[in-house]
Design a protein around this ligand. Sequence first.
Ligand code: NAD
Length: 288
Amino acid sequence: MEISGHTQMLCLIGSPVGHSGSPAMYNYSFNKLGLDYVYLAFDIKEEETERAVEALKLLNVRGFNITMPCKTRVLSCCDELSRAAELIGAVNTVVNEKGKLIGHNTDGLGWVRSCREKGVEIQGKKMTIAGSGGAATAITITSALNGIEELSVFALKDSFYTNAEATVEKIHRQVPGCRIRLFDLEDREKLYEEIGDSDIFTNATRVGMKPMDGESLIEDMGVFRKELVVSDVVYNPRMTRLLMDAQKAGCQIIPGVGMLLWQGAEAFKLYTGREMPAREVMERYFSD
Ligand code: NAD
């Protein structure tokens, strides 16, 4: 596509953004579908969020994605929030609807979609999930909003623990049909017990990512029953030790790269009303 006076702009804001795969993924998809958009990335520090959003509004961009450290700060710049964004307390996608900024969070939906693509539906299921940071909160809240029946959340008693308490409280109040309980991640016996009758186990901590690559929260291989689906949010490396151990034991695995792809695809749909050519994008940009 040639850029013309009609071309609409989309972008990513946050810092750093230089390593981001989003511009390549979106621009490839616009070209593939013949859509007249262009996608750029701008390095914006947290304290610059409001000014950046004002500027993007003035330029009448179609929308923008937000990465760390601006994801929380951008909340107050939006005119409306999706239910997921409001409950998660973070926005990763803003759509400009005729000057009105609508904030969404597609991270959790990206995870749900990555499960669906592998034939795993979450409705009526029990999941044990480890973590209480950004990725964990998005997955926990979105899976509750999308019909998961039971959640056992395991979190370290670190600075993120209050997030976990707040998430559990929100789900109790806002999604009463979902049973959710919070446990200390240091209690491995309890973790293994809860995984024992779960359909899905998700690692949503940094364990498995550098400098903790080669580490896994699960040391007891007996935990990996064949019926257990094991998912990991870590995507660098693609195959974490958790995923390798689970696969070796015969479990179905859901690598974190799927969440990364599908959170982008969900945002793409919000901007353009079209499905991103996800399979081609996956092959081109996300396979080793
Ligand atoms: P975060 O900093 O918000 O949260 C980190 C979480 O890891 C916290 O719950 C913390 O308690 C836990 N943690 C840290 N060290 C730990 C340890 N030694 N043992 C147990 N728990 C520990 O980070 P985040 O944004 O939630 O990202 C977490 C991971 O998810 C990162 O690897 C990130 O790259 C990945 N991620 C993937 C996607 C995706 O699309 N696949 C999206 C977001 C984040």
